[in-house]
Design a protein around this ligand. Structure first.
Ligand code: GDD
Ligand code: MN
Length: 371
């Protein structure tokens, strides 16, 4: 395994040499993989590059690329490009230069990769990990709440630390996301990269570590801009998932079902069938259409096949759909009319319809088309 440790630096003159030394100590000489270090410096005015060049004289596996300052995200992406495309890395390990990320944990991130994870995340929010004790209450709350907003906002509850920059990942995620990642130049890069990697099948494993405050220099984060970018990222990601995800298709399929149901009802009623029977026929046809369209399209990634399964699930589908219409939708109308009077019947019909949509979607995705 060929590992490149990518270290973004901006004014880290006092830290970079200590970090490189501690990392080398942490890895020792026994490891089975080759390790190189790539410092991605944005022409720091404090002369970080000079320190690195001096260090390179005695350490052959240390590399340096210098660019102009375009933000942390751009720097990391530049580091990945160099590592994966020119240095033939299999894995990139990314770490802050300011010693906030305990270097002695780095081998554990790589161990996780060797054991089958494809994206190892240094984590402050799982047992064994921590944010600094000396942080004030407000800062601690910011950190914890912020992470949970991302965690639940993107709806990946099983990953705890979204914002940190201490990670190791395989080249697959660079290959599949680097074009899209160009648009995230700031700190939101970390969130976006982990999120997109999960969508590309990342097997995430979190490794605990204690985050410590930097001793030298200062943070380059711009909190207001960062928070704005986080909210924007979450909002756009959810809208995208909504449009391209199964919920949008579910709505289209439901719409077709509705048109079928209404059309058959009107036709049969015109042919002198009673409205009740006509609607039952219409609903039965609509449900059959919903079942097949959802199976072939909405949930095609979990398609039901085989005659036995097809019939069993179809009956299941009729039963839960009937429950939705009879108990949930009609029940809402009955209850609403009783409590608020008959003139609200149509409003409760709409509310009941919203309830069955939720009910159906949950049952379809969690029960009928369960993976
Ligand atoms: N090349 C380059 N260019 N490096 C940068 C830039 C840049 O524009 N901005 C920051 N860095 C480097 C710093 O020199 C440091 O090594 C690392 O990126 C992290 O920057 P800090 O300025 O120390 O960030 P922080 O401590 O406030 O933020 C930490 O927490 C954030 C939120 O949890 C980091 O771990 C971030 O990665 C994380 O998103
Ligand atoms: Mn820092």
């Amino acid at each position: 395994m060929n590992v490149v440790v990518v270290i973004p630096t901006y004014n880290e003159r006092e830290n970079i040499r200590v970090l490189l030394t501690k990392l080398a100590d942490a890895f020792g000489t026994k490891q089975t993989y080759t390790i190189s270090y790539l410092v991605v410096d944005d022409t720091s005015p404090d002369g970080t590059a000079t320190v690195v060049k001096a260090y390179q004289k005695t350490h052959k596996n240390v590399y340096l690329i210098s660019g102009k300052k375009e933000g942390l995200g751009k720097a990391i992406l530049r580091g990945m490009t160099e590592a994966f495309e020119h240095m033939h890395a299999d894995v990139v390990l990314q770490i802050d230069a300011d010693l906030s990320h305990d270097p002695s944990v780095a081998p554990r991130l790589l161990e996780a990769i060797e054991k089958g994870a494809t994206f190892a995340v240094g984590s402050r929010y799982i047992p064994g990990g921590a944010i600094p004790e000396n942080w004030g209450l407000i800062r601690k709350i910011y950190s914890i709440v912020g992470n949970n907003i991302v965690r639940f906002g993107l709806w990946h509850p099983n990953v705890r630390d979204w914002t940190g920059g201490y990670r190791a990942y395989t080249r697959h995620f660079y290959d599949t996301t680097h074009r899209e990642m160009e648009q995230y130049s700031g700190y939101v890069f970390q969130i976006a990269f982990l999120h997109k990697s999960i969508h590309h099948g990342a097997i995430v494993r979190e490794i605990p570590f204690h985050f410590t405050d930097r001793l030298y220099g200062h943070s380059k984060i711009a909190p207001a801009e960062y928070i704005f970018n986080i909210y924007r990222y979450i909002a756009l990601a959810r809208i995208e998932e909504f449009i391209h995800g199964s919920f949008g298709k579910f709505l289209v399929v439901g719409g077709i079902g509705f048109v079928l149901n209404a059309g058959i009802l009107v036709l049969l009623h015109k042919a002198h069938m009673s409205a009740t029977y006509a609607n039952l026929v219409g609903a039965a046809v609509a449900i059959f259409s919903n079942y097949n369209l959802n199976n072939l399209w909405t949930f095609r990634h979990k398609k039901i096949s085989g005659a036995g399964q097809y019939v069993t699930k179809l009956l299941h589908f009729y039963a839960t759909s009937a429950f939705g219409v009879i108990v949930i939708q009609t029940g809402t109308i009955a209850l609403g009319v009783r409590l608020f009077g008959d003139r609200w019947y149509f409003d409760f019909f709409l509310l009941g319809t919203a309830f069955i949509m939720v009910w159906n979607y949950v049952i379809y995705s969690k029960v009928i088309w369960k993976k």
